[in-house]
Design a binder for this molecule. Structure first.
Ligand SMILES: [Zn+2]
Ligand SMILES: [Zn+2]
Length: 192
């Protein structure tokens, strides 16, 4: 969801900004497009996180990072929407509390889940080869694709047979709802 100014008000604000830009003192912040706010990196601008519990009920939890505001102050222009023109060519500064920089490949490697479970992704021509396991060793294998922050796993498990699993990738966290046992189990993996 996007909040919008009434058209007239926005034009007026843009005009004020471009006057100052033309004077050579300030320019529009490229990090937030001059709005002074950027979508919350934790909830991706949704304002809350939702997950499904064992009874299939959806639980919405207010995002603790933005407090449900959905947007946070732009760290590059400190919420003003403008930066000094001399800094325009400088790369945007990282905003506060940004998650640890992800490795070049966001998904490749080993991820650890609960109770000794793990999943490993190896990049190949079509996406990733996937191996899943637990404390007793490998329990399944298959393929995975990464689209935006959505990981879709298509695998065969020794016990449960063929299954698909969608996971959300957020930095060093992978979470989703595993239904291969016939009922939903929230799963979470952390980069090993
Ligand atoms: Zn948030
Ligand atoms: Zn900004």
């Amino acid at each position: 969801m996007q909040l919008e100014f009434p058209r007239g008000a926005k034009d007026w604000i843009d005009r004020q900004k471009s006057d100052r830009v033309n004077s050579g003192i300030m320019s529009k912040c490229t990090n937030c497009s001059g709005t002074g706010k950027v979508p919350c990196p934790t909830c991706h601008g949704v304002g809350f996180s939702s997950r499904t519990d064992e009874d299939g009920e959806t639980i919405n939890r207010l995002c603790s990072f933005c407090g449900g505001e959905r947007k946070i102050r732009c760290g590059f222009c400190r919420g003003t929407g403008e930066v000094a023109a001399v800094h325009e060519s400088a790369p945007p500064q990282p905003t506060v509390n940004r998650p640890r920089p992800a490795p070049v490949d966001r998904l490749a490697g080993r991820w650890n889940g609960i109770e000794g479970t793990w999943v490993e992704f190896t990049p190949d021509a079509n996406g990733y080869r996937t191996t899943a396991g637990g404390m007793r060793g490998i329990t399944g294998c298959g393929t995975a694709t990464l689209l935006g922050s959505k990981v879709t796993l298509d695998a065969t498990d020794q016990l449960c047979g063929h299954y698909t699993l969608e996971l959300n990738l957020r930095g060093n966290h992978l979470d989703g709802i595993d239904r291969k046992a016939g009922y939903p189990i929230p799963v979470e993996f952390v980069r090993a």
